[in-house]
Design a protein around this ligand. Structure first.
Ligand code: SF4
Ligand code: SF4
Length: 429
């Protein structure tokens, strides 16, 4: 990846972006990024330079790589959830891109198509696509949705009017044996669809190679997270979140290399007791809905108060790499079993029951020596909102301090959130 500045306008125009709106979006991002990541942090790991560069050029080089791959005949597949296995997409010689929605800037394009009381992530993701301001969305050949929450289920009908979309029916009660059988059938349906789209056939050998690659990518993120157990912590929560967010759309091989390099540096920091915050800083676990780029609001608020976020029990956190598999089997069916077990082992609030999430949080509190848990829910996200009430009660009963926050992407509530976070952190002393 070269670091020279390129004029991307011809590419954006070719992709049909609304240049005026897109300019407005890119005009605000650098200032926010500078404020959150550069001006307010000291002693950042050198390895973050790569990730800063990727965000600084967010709609540039990676999009041009995808465009080139597309011109060479590869298909680009847009996804919105962890339950759509990258392993299958890459095994078919296609490229998977996690489409994000972490800002309300894009809402202008979706507000007439969606009710007010729908979560910010759905509004934003749809707005990015429909408003022609996301080159990743524009370059995709097909979108893959899933039946996780009700909001998403219905959103696919809206977005389907603008772009081809295929829906994977994810089960609702994942612990039942028939749920796995059902998910396996759905994965086979996805393979059939992607074989049609790509014109390629899935072979067990390709699937196995792809599984090895995607597993390796997750393992590097896990290594990074492991270093956050140290005190002083070698990387801020903000930086770790940024690395996770980029993992959704960057090239997996490059991620293995660059996250691996960063993890090397962090391991060395841990050995030398080098941290980004003072030893003894209050350690916070964030748990809840995913935080898509550029949603850095909570991390910024918490860390500007001198505490540090040491882990995220979210899809842009531990859920991304948890429930890892050993690759066993020689046939597509055997390998799909391994894949299905891994994905059904992820504890998302969209399932009922979802007791595993409480166990995951309790384990993370112990492993990362957490002082307090911040339950984070996007307004109108029913699955996480409902779980937050029970979780708060259960965790408090175990003596774990909890702050439950419901918010969106606007800055309107930042003052009140700051006051609540400050009071929570003081209580931990
Ligand atoms: S929170 Fe659940 S539905 Fe949302 S991306 Fe994660 S796994 Fe998918
Ligand atoms: S945040 Fe909640 S409501 Fe929004 S897409 Fe995710 S699960 Fe659905």
């Amino acid at each position: 990846m070269t670091t020279e500045k390129t004029d991307w306008y011809p590419m954006w125009k070719e992709l049909g972006l609304d240049i005026e709106k897109h300019d407005q979006l890119l005009a605000v991002l650098p200032d926010i990024f500078k404020k959150v990541f550069i001006d307010s942090q000291k002693n950042r790991p050198k390895g973050m330079g790569f990730f800063d560069f990727v965000v600084g050029d967010i709609h540039g080089i990676r999009v041009s790589e995808l465009k080139k791959a597309k011109e060479e005949g590869k298909k680009i597949i847009g996804t919105f959830c962890l339950y759509i296995p990258d392993e299958i997409i890459f095994a078919l010689d296609a490229i998977g891109v996690g489409l994000c929605g972490g800002t309300n800037f894009s809402n202008f394009a979706s507000e007439d198509l969606l009710p007010i009381n729908i979560c910010a992530l759905i509004k934003s993701a749809l707005g990015f696509g429909i408003g022609n301001i996301c080159p990743y969305y524009a370059i995709t050949d097909i979108l893959i949705g899933e039946t996780t929450c009700d909001g998403k289920k219905k959103a696919w009908e809206v977005i389907g009017e603008f772009k081809p979309i295929y829906i994977v029916e994810t089960p609702q009660c994942k612990t039942r044996p028939q749920a796995k059988a059902h998910f396996l059938e759905e994965l086979k349906g996805l393979i059939k669809k992607l074989e049609e789209v790509t014109g390629n056939k899935l072979y067990a050998e390709n699937l196995r190679i792809s599984m090895e690659k995607i597993k390796k990518k997750r393992e590097q993120l896990k290594r990074l997270y492991e270093t956050r157990k140290a005190d002083p912590v070698p990387i801020s929560g903000k930086d770790a979140l940024l690395v996770s967010q980029i993992a959704f759309y960057d090239d997996p091989e490059r991620q293995i290399q660059m996250v691996g390099k960063l993890a090397d540096e962090l391991e060395e920091r841990v050995n030398k007791h080098v941290g980004v915050m003072e030893k003894g800083s209050k350690r916070i676990l964030v748990s809840g809905t995913p935080m898509a780029v550029p949603n850095w609001k909570i991390h910024d608020l918490v860390e500007s108060k001198g505490a540090v976020i040491v882990a995220e029990e979210t899809c842009t956190g531990t859920r991304y790499f948890d429930s890892e598999y050993e690759i066993k089997g020689n046939t597509i069916d055997e390998l799909l079993e391994v894949i299905a077990d891994r994905y059904l082992g992820i504890n998302c609030a969209c399932f009922t029951p979802n007791e595993g999430r409480k166990e995951d949080i309790t384990k993370l509190v112990k492993d990362y020596n957490v002082d307090g848990v911040l339950l984070y829910t996007l307004n109108f996200c029913q699955p996480y909102d409902i779980e937050a009430i029970r979780l708060e009660k259960q965790l408090k009963e175990e003596g774990i301090p909890v702050l439950s926050i419901s918010t969106d992407y606007s800055s309107e509530d930042e003052g009140s959130l700051e006051t609540r976070i400050e009071a929570f952190l003081e209580m931990l002393n």
